[in-house]
Design a protein around this ligand. Structure first.
Ligand code: WTA
Length: 654
């Protein structure tokens, strides 16, 4: 069976219940088609009306789309707004006392804050940032645990027009340093420690390490939130406590008037070459994407209790925790912990406790919870749920069915949402009151999103045939550039081969006979490990930075729970190690990668060879390595290899 046949084999169809359709924001296929038709006929008018309807503008825009410098597109370019105003202030008229955030701590206790309280805290902290001379356009790194203050910090930056760049709390000092330097950040906001799954991680100490030796001269201040009682080392003049700097600050801070095309944030993500890229999103278009998908895909209702389990260190946590839910005035959960602590029923317990209606998580979490307790959801009252979501990687039909039946009681539509850091918001996803869903398919593009699947020449491929996923027209929430690297933006996303006209997603996909899309995986050297994006080159660079390593090649192999696992093929400077020595060095290299990048990038499997298989022109034969990693029979021609026994060596796991 070909790869496409394998991914298309699931053909059950699950229409939404009549009850769901009746209450849905978009009911029935005709309503969806009408929206798509409007976008087809009058693309700018379509986006203009939505932007006017959903965003509170300080000054309305007159021009919708400026394509004069394509692919550097501008949306609503002369409009003025503030995203923090849109997320908080505009709700105070009628929702001041509505719960904005239910914060559930790692230990199971929870606290609530209302929109009014959120407003006051964001203003206080925004004023504190100003007191440290943080100004419009300055870059601020946020390296925080998953606590309410992470959202407050992001909103406060947005309120004063500072550009935030959130770095996932699991990244190492090296990764933090790279991001600080690339962004030339002025301030970093962190916590003394994070608390997850009963374990504490020293965030402030990691920041100290990143800033050691005067490596990051742009940083003027380190703001430290005191999450635990643990003492931390202190650098006077540089370090300040969060609780000290908010003391005496006013709870009023006028939102800075921003242009729709001012930068909201930079978020670093892995690509196929070199260092992570700073994906840059601008305010107006990004906000519109977040709001529309909350309404269309999550079918948002004011009575919802919404919970997205992502970390704010990733795009999902930006759009579907910090901005989207707040922009529509939702009550949402911010969760500090992990799904498996104190045991594998944590998610189900929390859904029961907080009467969650809308639950958005990743396939990797679903798969691990099936493994740890497939029957656990039955022990809880999950009847509050009305909609389930999945994001970050393909969801296999088995996991989809379990999620649908055991968690959703065969009652809740599943929205399998395909999108990327670069697209800012959901692109291909079910409209739950309109589309029948199919396990393993993210279904159809959202209205106005001109998705296509093309061959190498940019021509559409017929249904049933795989190809490269592209988007034919620019849309508001698309990234604007790669921070400080316009050339990389163009060559990566609007490549020459498609005449700089198509947005290249980097995924392969196929449509079935109904036009439903299935994502088959990345076509570049990007791995998706537990829904986290990792560049093979990044891990290779980390490995070759180790004094023992001469050369390294990294590929992925399928993994039951993580989706993909990291396999590293390594050639040392000295002899190929065997036995205990090989084990010792493999362990050392794993720890090294964890230190250089973060634990998420640590190879699962390291294999040593006297050399690596290369083509005549000296390129590493990655396809062959992928076969070796999977334990498949090697079908590629290996006759040109200088040292044929290397194949035998590299097929051995340590
Ligand atoms: C993958 C995460 C299949 C895809 C929001 C994409 C998916 C990459 C899905 C982006 C999905 C995301 N089905 N694959 N529903 N959602 N992906 O930037 O390969 O962390 O290109 O954004 O994740 O990862 P990123």
């Amino acid at each position: 069976m070909s790869a496409i046949e394998t991914v298309l084999k699931e053909d059950r169809v699950f229409p939404p219940s009549e009850e769901f359709v009746k209450q849905a924001n978009i009911s029935g296929m005709e309503a969806y088609k009408a929206l798509c038709a409007k976008a087809e006929q009058d693309y700018e008018g379509f986006w203009r009306d939505l932007a006017n309807e959903h965003i509170s503008w300080h000054k309305p825009f007159t021009q919708v789309l400026d394509e004069s410098k394509a692919p550097f597109f501008k949306w609503f370019a002369d409009g003025e707004l503030n995203i923090s105003y849109n997320c908080i202030d505009r709700h105070l008229k009628d929702k001041a006392d509505k719960t904005a955030i239910i914060f559930e701590k790692d230990d199971g206790t929870s606290e609530k804050i209302t929109y009014q309280q959120l407003h006051d805290k964001v203003c206080e902290f925004a004023n504190a940032l100003k007191s440290l001379d943080v100004q419009k356009g300055d870059r601020v790194i946020i390296y925080m645990p998953m606590i309410t203050e992470a959202v407050i910090a992001m909103q406060a930056c947005a309120r004063i027009g500072a550009i935030h760049s959130v770095v996932f709390g699991g990244f190492s000092a090296g990764a933090v340093k790279d991001r600080i330097k690339d962004a030339a950040a002025k301030v970093i906001i962190t916590a003394n420690e994070s608390v997850r799954g009963g374990k504490r991680t020293p965030l402030k100490a990691t920041v100290d390490e990143a800033l050691a030796n005067g490596d990051c001269p742009s940083i003027e201040k380190v703001i430290v939130f005191k999450r635990t009682d643990t003492e931390v080392a202190w650098t006077d003049n540089r370090d300040v406590w969060w609780h000290d700097i908010i003391k005496g600050q006013s709870t009023v801070c006028e939102p800075e008037v921003m242009n729709a095309e001012d930068t909201l944030f930079i978020l670093y993500t892995s690509g196929s070459t070199g260092k992570p890229k700073g994906v840059e999103h601008h305010i107006g278009g990004y906000l519109l994407g977040a709001i529309l998908s909350m309404n269309w895909v999550f079918d948002y209702k004011p009575s919802d209790v919404y919970w997205c389990t992502a970390d704010v260190g990733w795009i999902t946590g930006h759009t579907y925790i910090c901005y989207g839910p707040l922009a529509v005035g939702a009550t949402q959960i911010v969760f500090e912990g992990v799904p498996t602590y104190p045991d594998a029923s944590r998610f189900w317990q929390m859904i029961e406790k907080h009467k969650v209606t809308t639950f958005y998580t990743a396939p990797t979490a679903i798969r691990s919870l099936i493994k740890l307790g497939a029957d656990l959801p039955e022990k809880f009252d999950l009847s509050s749920l009305r909609l389930l979501g999945s994001v970050g990687e393909p969801i296999n039909p088995e996991a989809w069915m379990w999620y649908y039946e055991k968690v959703g009681g065969s009652r809740c539509p599943i929205v399998d949402t395909w999108w990327q850091t670069e697209t800012g918001s959901n692109m291909i996803a079910p409209i739950p009151g309109a589309f029948p869903t199919k396990p393993g398919s993210c279904t159809l593009p959202l209205p106005g999103i001109m998705v296509d699947i093309v061959d190498e020449t940019g021509n559409s491929v017929p249904n049933g045939q795989g190809g490269s996923l592209v988007i034919r027209r620019a849309f508001p929430s698309l990234l604007r550039t790669v921070y400080n690297d316009d050339n990389r933006f163009v060559s990566t996303y609007f490549p020459e081969e498609f005449g700089h006209k198509l947005y290249l997603a980097g995924d392969s996909a196929a449509r079935d006979e109904d036009g439903y899309i299935r994502i088959m995986g990345r076509i570049d050297d990007v791995l998706n490990v537990s829904g986290h994006r990792l560049g093979t080159m990044e891990i290779e660079s980390a490995l070759v930075a180790h004094p023992l390593v001469a050369e390294a090649a990294v590929v992925g192999k399928p993994h039951d729970i993580k989706g993909e696992a990291v396999v590293a093929f390594v050639m040392l400077k000295g002899d190929r190690p065997v036995g205990e020595e090989a084990q010792k060095i493999a362990a050392e290299l794993k720890a090294w990668v964890a230190k250089e990048i973060g634990k998420i990038a640590q190879p699962d499997d390291i294999r040593f060879g006297e050399n690596l298989p290369k083509t005549r022109s000296g390129k590493i034969m990655r396809r062959l390595l992928r076969s070796l990693a999977k334990g498949e029979e090697v079908t590629q021609d290996t006759s040109t290899l200088e040292n044929p026994q290397v194949m035998e060596q590299l097929s051995q796991s340590i």
